[in-house]
Write a protein that binds this ligand. Structure first.
Ligand code: AMP
Length: 428
């Protein structure tokens, strides 16, 4: 045998039966976005590297250390997208969407790529579902998006996800805060790791991203960004908090939660879970307002808010709950003898066309082995087709979980299965 080629480290295959959990999450996301009036947008997995450098920011870990960047054959620098917001803004600007409608609300779903150190819930290809809203300066936009995420968690039965909230203020007034933070960090220089010493000068807000315990200890005493907000930014932040209260969404203000991306202005938020299945990867999502980004990427001055949820982590939570059941066939058709195989093939096709989930063993084989496969498939009923059934036009529906077989006319099978489905709400 030749040597096996393995998948790339940190990039997962999502296969049955686990994929069922992903499908439930995706279906719930689509349905929740429908209720909120968000429309799907799909962009390529690859973008011009400059897009991420300019938006996410050069001093961030994402751009500085984690991007999959390569040259194509024409010598262009391209990157696998590490996140979804910048590509959507690029598309929003490129297709002049702002000129066509004052408010645009999009959602997306797809794989993202970051060369990160792996652990539970942290991969190099991971999946995000995200939402972005362009054109609204009012705090109700943040509130709507946070409500959307919470309703999505509810739709899949995920409880106990917490909201943390912060305001990063406006870029015009952030300078004063950044100076006071820098002065503070310089005074604690020797307690900071080498990287944070560098961040202090280059982009002091990024020190908050550091996981190093001694840096964290310093930051616990750092000036809070929320203390330096302008009157307008403060009123905006208070309005978001009041509106979340109005909708009954609990939250906690965390002035040290600054998000690992440069483009945020005013409100930033994160969705967190304390479920041990996630290990230390407790953030299941995050987002915020980014009123400058559309303009910085060449579009008109357009306010925007968005979030992204980590689907790998949400599916870990869902899997641990064990509430998602794999979809099972309603009926398994087996043949008593080879001469009935063609009739069985035609019957299965007919029932599938009528909308029933039906299975059979294309290998035929012994009735015993077919019935074994029927049991394994988890089908609700089995039906054995032989020359007797074909001559009389009548067969039996045998409940595989036990119970008496029910006689059924072959030409009325669709209706019988439909009635059984209605009665049990099962997967017939
Ligand atoms: P971020 O905007 O970087 O905070 O990402 C939003 C969400 O995506 C996070 O809260 C995680 O749930 C998820 N996420 C980010 N990076 C990864 C990764 N490397 N592996 C799995 N999920 C991730």
């Amino acid at each position: 045998m030749s040597q096996r080629i393995l998948g790339v480290k940190g990039m997962n295959d999502l296969l049955p039966p686990d994929i069922a959990v992903w499908q439930v999450l995706e279906a719930a996301a689509r349905e929740t976005f429908r209720r909120f009036g968000y429309e799907e947008a799909r962009t390529p997995a690859v973008e011009d590297t400059a897009l991420f450098v300019r938006s996410v920011g050069e001093a961030t870990d994402i751009v500085g250390k984690e991007m999959y960047t390569f040259e194509d054959k024409a010598g262009r620098s391209l990157s696998l997208r590490p996140e979804g917001t910048a590509p959507l803004v690029r598309a929003y600007v490129e297709h002049a969407v702002a000129q066509k409608e004052p408010v645009t609300r999009w959602w997306y779903l797809g794989p993202m790529f970051r060369y990160e150190r792996m652990k539970t819930g942290r991969y190099r290809q991971f999946w995000q579902v995200g939402a972005e809203a362009y054109g609204v300066r009012a705090p109700a936009q943040e509130t709507e998006l946070i409500d959307l995420a919470m309703q999505l968690f509810d739709a899949v039965g995920l409880e106990g996800i917490r909201v943390e909230l912060n305001s990063l203020g406006d870029p015009e007034t952030r300078g004063v805060y950044l100076e006071s933070l820098r002065t503070f960090l310089r005074a604690h220089r020797t307690e900071l790791c080498a990287e944070c010493q560098e961040r202090t000068e280059k982009n002091p807000l990024r020190v908050f991203d550091c996981k190093n315990p001694s840096c964290q200890a310093v930051l616990a005493l750092a000036p809070a960004i929320t203390d330096g907000l302008s009157g307008e930014a403060r009123a905006h932040f208070e309005a978001v908090q009041r509106q979340l209260g109005l909708l009954g969404i609990p939250f906690r203000v965390n002035p040290r939660m600054v998000r690992g991306i440069d483009y945020y202005t005013r409100t930033a938020f994160e969705f967190l879970s304390d479920d041990p299945v996630l290990g230390t990867a407790s953030a299941v999502g995050g987002g915020g307002r980014y009123d400058r980004l559309v303009k910085e990427l060449g579009g008109p001055d357009t306010p925007a808010v968005g979030w992204a949820l980590g689907m790998d982590r949400l599916t870990l939570l869902l899997q641990a709950k064990g509430t998602v059941q794999p979809v099972r066939p309603g009926l398994f058709v087996a043949v008593a003898e080879e001469s009935a195989a063609d009739a069985a093939l035609a019957l299965v096709s007919r029932l599938r066309r009528a909308g029933h989930r039906v299975d059979f063993d294309a290998r035929s084989g012994s009735l015993k082995s077919q019935m074994k496969r029927a049991d394994k498939s988890g089908a609700t009923y089995a039906l054995v087709l032989g020359s007797r059934e074909l001559t009389s036009g009548e067969a039996h529906l045998k409940p595989l979980a036990g119970g008496e077989p029910v006689p059924v006319r072959l030409d009325a099978l669709e209706a019988t299965l439909r009635a059984a489905r209605a009665a049990t709400a099962g997967p017939l």
